[in-house]
Design a protein around this ligand. Sequence first.
Ligand code: SF4
Length: 1014
Amino acid sequence: MPALDIHGIKVEFPFTAYEVQKSYMTKVIQALNTHQNAALESPTGTGKTLCLLCSTLAWRRQHLNELKKHANPVSQEETWSSSEKSKDSAIPAPKIIYASRTHSQISQVVKELKRTEYGKDITISILGSREQMCIHPEVSKQTSNQAMVHMCRGKINKHTCQFYNNVEDAKKNNIFTTKVMDIEELVTVGKSRTVCPYYSEREVSKQNECGIIFTPYNYLLDRKSRATNNLEIRGNIVIFDEAHNLEKLCEESTSFDLTSLEVAKCIEEVGDVLDAATKFEESGTVADGHENGESSSLSEFKSQDLAIMKSVFIALEKLLDQVELNKDTKSRSEPGKFMFEFLSKINLTESTYQIMLDVVDKISTYLSTLSNSLRIRGAALQKFSEIVKVAFSWMEDETKGHMTRAQRMQELCMCYRVHICENAETGKSADVWKRSANTSSKPGRTISFWCFSPGYAMTNLVKCGVRNLILTSGTLSPLESFTSELQIDFPITLENDHVIDKHQVFVITLTHGKKGGLLNSTFKTRKDVNQVQELGLTVADMIAAAPGGALVFFPSYSAMAEYLTIWKENSNVMTLVEKVKPCTVEPKNKHELRTAIDKYYTDVNTGGGTFLAVCRGKVSEGLDFSDDNGRTVIIVGIPYPPAFDPRIKMKMAFLDDLRTKGATTLLTGREWYRQQACRAVNQAIGRVIRHRYDYGAIVLCDHRYAGRDQLSELPKWVQPHVVKFNNAAKCIRRLRSFFCSVNEKEKNRLKEAYEYCEFDSKAETSSCKSLSPKTGIATNVKTLNSNKRAKVCIKYSESDQHNNYDMYMSPVSISQPTSTKKRKISSIEKSGPAKQKKSLLDALDNIVSDDEEISDENNSAQNNMPTATTIPDIRKFKQRKKIIVKKKGTQFETSKENTKQESSNNSNQALSFDSTRLTSGPYQYYIECTKSTLSTPLYLEFKKAARDYTKNGDVETVFNSLHDVFMVVGSQHPELLSSFVRFIRAEHRAQYTKLCSARTKQSISILAPQLCRI
Ligand code: SF4
């Protein structure tokens, strides 16, 4: 693939870049060349991550080469592609600090990086959490993060973690830097070499050679975390991916809540150490429960200090109890400075906070060494320590050296508000013997110190010397208000178009329901049975009209619960929906989410499923619902934040206050409130189109969406596609015909994906690349270009077969797409009967031809789509599809009757893979099974991995790629992964088999030796 030249930077991009991708990379390089910040929006599915990696790494590589030339003028010969791990790698170049919200997002980005040219020679570091990276058998089993932290620290202090003890050696031997590894691979290497990956990666991040540091947001936003993790941002490039929640995260990372129960636990913890220290002082004996601690540590405590500390916490508990609250609301709101007045009453001030922190940290560290899996100790003090650090962060802010203490505190207080309220639970410790003197049984209280200015954290980050700040997401719009909230200048911005064509998305606003009633889902109408029922019946018909999976988003969990109650108890809505596509409800508990998602995917695979979820929930934010997993997104109502939540009310009042004081660039409280709703909608509708060949419908079910204001706040790429309806029946008819027409178009276009030939779209003919660099057999194969969509298959002459490439070679032929109807006569027929084919690539190409027939059948079925009220059996579409697949094969050809029987017995509908049939069958059997098992994107990944292997012969890479494809959590197919050994070159098979056994933990015995023979 020829490199792109963007503003003088040579960018190696693994595919032919689309225009939107070029625009995106141009903006990134523009920002890097000019030292400016950038806010870049590009819809999901436009290859944003890949563009970001390629452009930043290309820029860094070039920058590094220039630095090398200056440092060593003799080596002027250095080329762009020279390895970064050369002997001058100690030259410091800007590092890229890539922040993602979740660990799974980091894994995805690392996976993308491996696919690029840059992934071959860069050193990376992943600053994951202990939950993900700890390999200590006891510590890693802890379910609470706090427990893990305490146990880990305890073991390090006592030198009892053998994995930690080997970190220095691992650093010297480059155990974690030989190649790019994701978290899972780091853990595997860590276990096999008995080295802690968590601490090793922190060591790698400090090295000059390290080009990218992957980190969760919170390590970057919080100054203390940056220091703890040695995350140096000065002079480096900071990227926030999925930055649409950045404002909220900035606010949360600089805010805290302290409950009276937590204060009571602090009293207990200090009291515990006080008692033990006193006993040790008086009698030299160790108190019960302190046997595991080091007596030398206990002897370092002075009873007097501990007694003072305990009295401070008792005073704090009393003080919180005494704050006068509003009798009606049982709460009170105050300006930010109230917090410092409050804390000064227990003598916690800017002059004393450091002394107090030292004592608290010492006690909590000592207690952590006593922690075990049954009891975590010191956690409350640890939390208190973090709270004090947040409250007095302004004291250590090196960027504010020019300001007096009073000015700094005043600046901080302008961004904060204090809130105190009563809690349901009592604020006293359960242990009456260790309770403080104040033994009243009043309800507990919470004092909160809330930051309402995301700019406070962001400006601090920028002032610490960040070279460039790049924020990116699929949904940043409205961009102007987003950047103004962060109070940072973003001279470079982009609101990118989508890569999809017009016919791939259908956006509907619907104002009236099935019976003609107004669709108006507000807080007030939620209990109106008629309105809710009308909405439900309309939604049910929409779900029935669309293929695959449907995602229905409600404004909140409470709204969803109310709607579902009426849909179940006062109407037959849920029965109708269940019959069309079984329902899954998004759970609040994140531990139950995996099970819910697996159920939904199973439903989709067996005919269709409905996911009832909430805006701002996990389903609407981070999950991927590509292809059939998310064909329709239905938004019910407008997801405004809860208006009675004190934090929301205070945020709105805060913004209004700033506006009246002259901050004209900021939003008003009302504007911010509206904007929160529209961001949540934009995020949810981003689920539907996940890649270039995806397609789907977005239905905005509320009359308010038809208003101009609401429409103008939709993402730029969505706005031109909006069609307004006030008649539900007409809307549903159009929805049905959209899916019927798009299905055929997209199936044809899918055939063009992942071509391995480059061709000039303007030329009538063009040359293909050679597939075999080793043999150099096939070159200059000409292909016809029909309507700029020529499909090219490179084939090799049998006479040219080489032992190493035998399985990929078959008679020379050039297949070219014909009209849709003729496509069934593809290269299968031209090359002879299917059973004579010996090439995996043949099988990969020809299986696409089978889709043509499937598509016709499927399409005709969809033309007759029923409505929910007629209780359709959408699953039949899928069954028909599978019957035809089985008819076409030769090795697994069965009678229609048998196939029907098989279909009804196998609810999964995917071909059940039988590895023993490989003994006599051609490759096609394997490919058919793979095709019917994987989703389209995964199948395309599979094809690409197989093809890449034919070119580069990299067995480890092909194994890793296939592992990602076949071992997806919740959909694992080790038999298909291991049976791929059949297509692996003879000299690599032992290695492939070993990798399989190690990673899948399954026996490879299903592969009899003869299966490996071609
Ligand atoms: S040092 Fe590493 S392996 Fe040991 S307990 Fe801590 S995180 Fe786990």
